[in-house]
Design a protein around this ligand. Structure first.
Ligand SMILES: NC(=O)C1=CN([C@@H]2O[C@H](COP(=O)(O)OP(=O)(O)OC[C@H]3O[C@@H](n4cnc5c(N)ncnc54)[C@H](O)[C@@H]3O)[C@@H](O)[C@H]2O)C=CC1
Ligand SMILES: O=C(O)[C@@H]1CCC=N1
Length: 263
């Protein structure tokens, strides 16, 4: 197993930072003495056993790899120097050139996990500025603790994935909520409608995982059956389902681009 050295996680008390920290320890990828997390005001009441600090400069000095897990709005307040260190940002919208300029590191990367990393079902695309194979291996080792990882060669694709897979866990939930709302409108009691819709969401993921098919094949096999499911799919598509999704992702992508000043 590759030695990651010490990992310093700025914003370790947050949603995503906390999930990454927990996975690194729970999977045994890092021993607690190899992880340092920073928080802004309140030290989390966690049992990870890692070191906690409010001093990001000291964290950056002690770590070999620094992870930036604060919100884009808080990024301008982070003042660290990290020459020769690997700096990985998970922040939406903040471009690599800004991260490199501010931290003075040439070993900079962006990764875009989603909330499912906390349960090992995440998807994390990453983009690394350099060709350094050992830095790529380090990034993959970190995020594989939380699910699947892919390298992308175009930084713009990280911004698109911020909308697609980064925000993506919310979109099946959105569809599920719409299914429940339609059933309630039809007169089905609320609790039953929500229970049914939620079970559909969970089952869809599990069926997809066990089938071995692509999602496109799954949809096509329902269409080929020519029953009620096909009628519903075709009507949704005729009414602009694919265009609505495309438009929603475009707006989320534009939002990601707008989250950092100076781009
Ligand atoms: N939540 C998600 O599913 C995803 C989030 N992201 C990105 O990850 C980053 C973090 O997002 P969340 O965890 O959701 O936000 P969050 O608000 O839950 O966590 C951010 C944490 O950073 C802390 N913080 C702010 N300034 C700090 C400082 N100077 N020193 C130490 N800690 C500081 C805050 O107190 C907070 O605990 C954001 O940039 C977001 O765009 C990316 C993909 C998915
Ligand atoms: O909603 C957000 O802004 C963050 C970034 C990607 C997913 N969650």
């Amino acid at each position: 197993m590759m030695d990651l050295g010490k990992v310093g996680l700025i914003g370790g008390a947050g949603w995503l930072g906390g999930a990454i920290a927990a996975r690194l320890i729970e999977t045994g990828r890092l021993t607690p003495d190899r992880l340092i997390c920073s928080y802004r005001r309140t030290r989390p009441d966690d049992d990870l056993g890692c070191a906690w600090t409010t001093d990001n400069v000291a964290l950056a000095g002690a770590a070999d790899t620094i992870m930036l897990c604060v919100r884009p709005d808080d990024w301008p307040t982070i003042r660290i120097e990290a020459a020769d260190k690997l700096v990985i940002s998970v922040m939406a919208g903040v471009p690599l050139k800004q991260i490199a300029a501010r931290t003075k590191s040439r070993r900079v990367a962006r990764a875009l996990p989603n909330a499912a990393v906390g349960i090992g079902f995440g998807y994390t695309p990453y983009h690394l500025a350099s060709e350094d194979a050992s830095d790529a291996a380090r990034i993959e080792a970190i995020f594989k603790c939380g699910g699947l990882v892919d390298r992308v060669l175009d930084e713009d694709h990280i911004d698109y994935f911020t909308a697609m897979s980064g925000s993506g866990a919310a979109f099946p939930a959105l569809l599920t909520d719409a299914l429940a709302a339609a059933a309630i409108k039809h007169g089905i009691p609320e609790t039953i409608a929500h229970r049914a819709a939620q079970q559909v969401l969970i089952a869809a993921g599990r069926l997809q995982e066990t089938s071995g098919d692509s999602v496109s094949q799954t949809v096509q096999s329902f269409i080929d059956y020519e029953g009620t499911t096909a009628a519903g799919i075709l009507a949704m598509r005729r009414n602009g389902f694919d265009e609505i999704v495309d438009r929603g992702l475009w707006v989320a992508y534009r939002k990601a681009l707008s989250m950092s000043s100076g781009r």
